[in-house]
Design a protein around this ligand. Sequence first.
Ligand SMILES: [Zn+2]
Length: 164
Amino acid sequence: MRFKYCPECGAPLSARILGDEGRVPYCEVCGRPYFDMFSSCVITLVANESGEVLLLSQGYISNKYHNLVSGYISPGESAEEAAKREVFEETGVEISSLEFAGTYWFAKKDMLMIGFIARADKSDIMPSGEVDSAGWYAADKAIDMVHPEGSVSHALVKLYLEKM
Ligand SMILES: [Zn+2]
């Protein structure tokens, strides 16, 4: 998202040259720049001790493919905290470790997705209201259940299969 008006005072922004950044929208009233903005999200592959992957079925996202756990990072939260929180909120599963697994640009939604591979004991899943169903699936089956090649989910399951 590129700002045209100041989100604080509503004044139209002008373009100001800020060193190496080039022309940046700038509020002359508040005296500050507004860099282009995007959402920061986490996406977490949760695997259990048997090499099974936690997948969600969420009709509001897709009727065809399953999803890994993902969500927006709240202000004040680290990406790791967001990953743990989202997994617990959406599935009731408590993860025991978390490993950074790269970042991915999701152009369709102007989003930076921060990927993690998490470990958890195979426990009962308590899906939230946003989740139609959830389950543990063998990783080599899971790769065919998520959005195909090119998606962030696919990249993370592939990475996990290479590492397990
Ligand atoms: Zn302003």
